[in-house]
Write a protein that binds this ligand. Structure first.
Ligand code: 13P
Length: 253
């Protein structure tokens, strides 16, 4: 089975005003345009307010993603954004179930699943996030916890074209700590096995891309992307620096 095409996604989280977003997106667009080699898929996930600005800046060289969507396609949900709205303004991806949303907004697996379904209905690729807490890892429950999240949040109809899984251990996000490569490899092999068992038809489970996220930066990216089972990275803080993020893209070439 050939390895899936790699994917490097930048989750800008709640950062950026129009001027710095435009500068960053334009720098990445220019670097991608000037590249002489085949690049991995590159996805920028700015805050909602900057999606249109970034869409206009990057053109078709890079892909646009949002950081969340509502499970419903429309309706009385003040402050929320629906997946068809994202698709209309040029998004191709949407992150769902990020641990910061699970923690700060109480999102649970059924809600994440409903959001992924909404993303699929709108023709978006859902980047579904899973990952254990520090205590869960200390207790040796990391595999069980992630298995539960996968079982609970993967919608019917998931396939390699409409879904990406991001393994983001909560304790590694924004902390400067990353798991040992062997721990990442163990988790990715475990997730891969579950996906392959659940989706044997046309090897869909083999081809779904598995990203690692959590304190990935330009220094550790080469080792992270070389870790067995890692098909790319979901980058937070380091994606706010165009130079650093570009180095991470190059590490995945
Ligand atoms: P950091 O790269 O800042 O640790 O964040 C990772 C993350 O949460 C990406 O979604």
């Amino acid at each position: 089975m050939p390895s899936p095409r790699r994917l490097i996604a930048g989750n800008w989280k709640m950062n950026g005003l129009r001027s710095d977003a435009t500068t960053r997106a334009a720098a990445l667009r220019d670097k991608a345009g000037a590249a002489r080699m085949a690049l991995p898929d590159i996805v920028l996930c700015p805050p909602f307010t900057l999606l249109t600005t970034v869409a206009q800046t990057i053109g078709s060289t890079l892909a646009l993603g949002a950081q969340d969507c509502h499970a419903a396609d429309k309706g009385a949900h003040t402050g929320d954004i629906a997946a068809p709205m994202l698709a209309e303004i040029g998004c191709r991806y949407v992150i769902v179930g990020h641990s910061e949303r699970r923690a700060a907004h109480g999102e649970n697996d059924p809600q994440v699943r409903a959001k992924a379904e909404a993303a699929h209905r709108a023709g978006l690729v859902a980047i579904i996030c899973v990952g254990e807490s520090a205590n869960e890892r200390k207790a040796g429950r990391h595999l069980t916890v992630v298995a539960g999240q996968l079982d609970g949040s993967l919608p019917a109809g998931v396939n390699a074209a409409n879904t990406v899984i991001a393994y983001e251990p909560v304790w590694a996000i924004g902390t400067g700590q990353t798991p040992m490569p062997s721990d990442i490899a163990e988790m990715h092999a475990y997730v891969r096995k579950r996906l392959s068992d659940a989706l044997p038809k046309d090897d869909e489970g083999e081809r779904i891309r598995l990203l690692y996220g959590g304190s990935a930066n330009s220094g550790n990216a080469p080792e992270l992307v070389a870790t067995p089972g890692v098909d790319g990275l979901l980058v937070g803080g380091a994606s706010l620096d165009a130079e650093a993020f570009w180095k991470m893209v190059l590490a995945a070439v």
